[in-house]
Design a protein around this ligand. Structure first.
Ligand code: AMP
Length: 171
C-alpha cells in the first residue's frame, strides 16, 4: 500500500483553494503499481458472485473498467447528464456547494444483479451513495464499494454504512 500511496500526488488548492487534490495519474502511468492497485481493489470480491462493476465518470472509468476486466465481468458506466445515448435513469445529489447528477442506462442491470461500485476516491461519500441508490433503483444489489483513496476525516464511509466499503490508502 505504501508503494501505491507514494504514486499518488497531492496538489494543493486544486481545483479551488483549500482542496488537497489527490492526483492518481502517476499511479495509472506505472504498470506494476497500477496492476497491484487493481489486484488489491478487487480482493474482497474475487471469487464472489458479482455480475458487474459500475464506475463513475471519469476516474471511476479507469479503475472500474480494469477491475471488471480482472474479475472477468462487465462494466457499467455512470455518467454526467446528457452523455449516455439511450434511455436513462437519473439521480441528483448535493455537493458541498451546489448539486450534481449521474445517469445510467435503464437496461444496465437486471433486478437482482450483484454490482460493485468503483471510484478513485471517496471524500464526503455523496457521489458513491447516490451511485448506489441509482443502481438500486434499477433493482441491483450492491455487493460493495471499492476506492483507491479514502479521505478519512470527511467520514464518507458513514454514508455507505449499509455496504461493504473497501479502500486501499487513507489520508
Ligand atoms: P464525494 O462525493 O465528496 O465523496 O467526492 C468523491 C468524488 O469527487 C470522486 O469521484 C473523486 O474523484 C472526486 N474528489 C473529491 N475530492 C477529491 C480530492 N481531494 N482529490 C481528488 N478527487 C476528489
Amino acid at each position: 500500500m505504501e508503494q501505491i500511496k507514494s504514486h499518488i500526488r497531492n496538489i494543493p488548492d486544486f481545483p479551488k483553494p483549500g482542496i488537497q487534490f489527490k492526483d492518481i495519474t502517476p499511479l495509472v502511468k506505472h504498470p506494476d503499481i497500477l496492476n497491484s492497485a487493481i489486484n488489491e481493489l478487487i480482493k474482497p470480491f474475487d471469487g464472489k458472485d458479482i455480475d458487474y462493476v459500475a464506475g463513475m465518470e471519469a476516474r471511476g472509468f479507469i479503475f472500474g473498467a480494469l477491475a471488471a476486466r480482472a474479475l472477468n465481468i462487465g462494466f457499467i458506466p455512470l455518467r454526467k447528464p446528457g452523455k449516455l445515448p439511450y434511455d436513462v435513469q437519473s439521480i441528483s445529489y448535493d455537493l458541498e456547494y451546489g448539486s450534481a447528477a449521474l445517469e445510467v442506462h435503464i437496461d444496465a442491470v437486471n433486478p437482482g444483479d450483484h454490482v460493485i461500485l468503483v471510484d478513485d476516491l471517496i471524500a464526503t461519500g455523496g457521489t458513491a451513495a447516490a451511485s448506489c441508490t441509482l443502481l438500486e433503483n434499477l433493482g441491483a444489489v450492491i455487493a460493495g464499494c471499492a476506492f483507491v483513496v479514502e479521505l478519512d476525516e470527511l467520514k464518507g464511509r458513514e454514508k455507505l454504512s449499509k455496504y461493504l466499503v473497501h479502500s486501499l490508502v487513507h489520508y
